[in-house]
Write a protein that binds this ligand. Structure first.
Ligand code: GLN
Length: 210
């Protein structure tokens, strides 16, 4: 039995905009996790973790702010709720956005990011990214799709770098928070989602259940 089934945890997927359905399929069909789409603060209250999908970070944050979801996500993440952001999701999780310092964001992780950082001429590409997803520090090549992707330009000491591509940091973890610059949900490779499901199974959110 998978840990997510045993503890009956539900992984929420923010479904305001972007490629949320690909995350749902990956988690449900490949990892065997239970998921639920999140479009309101009430729906967030019913989940134990959250995936922030790719999309357009400026649009996503506007939609979240409109319904007060940004504040609740921030509070839950600070209390230990596991959050996984891909691409635009990673941008929203960053404390600082280099090229757009005034862009609203969730600011959950002690990282700086640069948006659309891999250059215009290669808007989209697919690659194998060596990531450390195991306790022993060996890396495994994980397939990812980059679509106008950001990368991480700075990390605080409490941030673990999971992997680099072309020398740039593209995967990070800080306790209950996970972010990748690329989209594993658009590939056949379910290992990052399985890794996140393990984080969810192990999480100890300080949460008052209503
Ligand atoms: N470039 C987009 C942004 O800045 C992110 C693209 C993506 O999520 N694939 O929000």
């Amino acid at each position: 039995m998978k840990p997510t089934e045993k503890k009956n945890r539900i992984i929420g997927i923010l479904a305001l905009q972007g490629d949320f359905d690909a995350h749902r399929k990956m988690l449900e069909d490949r990892v065997g996790a239970q998921t639920s789409l999140v479009r309101t603060t009430e729906e967030l209250a019913g989940v134990d973790a959250l995936v922030l999908p790719g999309g357009e970070s400026t649009t996503l944050i506007k939609l979240m702010e409109r319904i007060g979801l940004d504040k609740v996500i921030r509070a839950r993440a600070e209390a230990g709720m596991p959050v996984y952001g891909t691409c635009a999701g990673m941008i929203l999780m960053a404390k600082e956005i280099d090229d757009r310092p005034d862009q609203p964001r969730l600011g959950l992780m002690n990282i700086h990011v640069a948006r659309n950082a891999f250059g215009r001429q290669i808007d989209s590409f697919e690659a194998d990214i060596p990531l450390s997803l195991q306790k022993k520090k060996e890396t495994v090549p994980v397939r990812g799709v980059f679509i106008r992707a950001p990368y991480v330009t700075e990390t605080a000491p409490d941030v673990e770098v999971l992997g680099r591509f072309q020398g740039k940091i593209v995967g990070v973890r800080q306790g209950n928070l996970l972010a990748t610059a690329f989209h594993p949900e658009l590939t056949d490779d379910a290992r990052l989602h399985a890794y996140f499901a393990r984080m969810v199974a192990e999480s100890k959110e300080r949460r008052r259940r209503s």
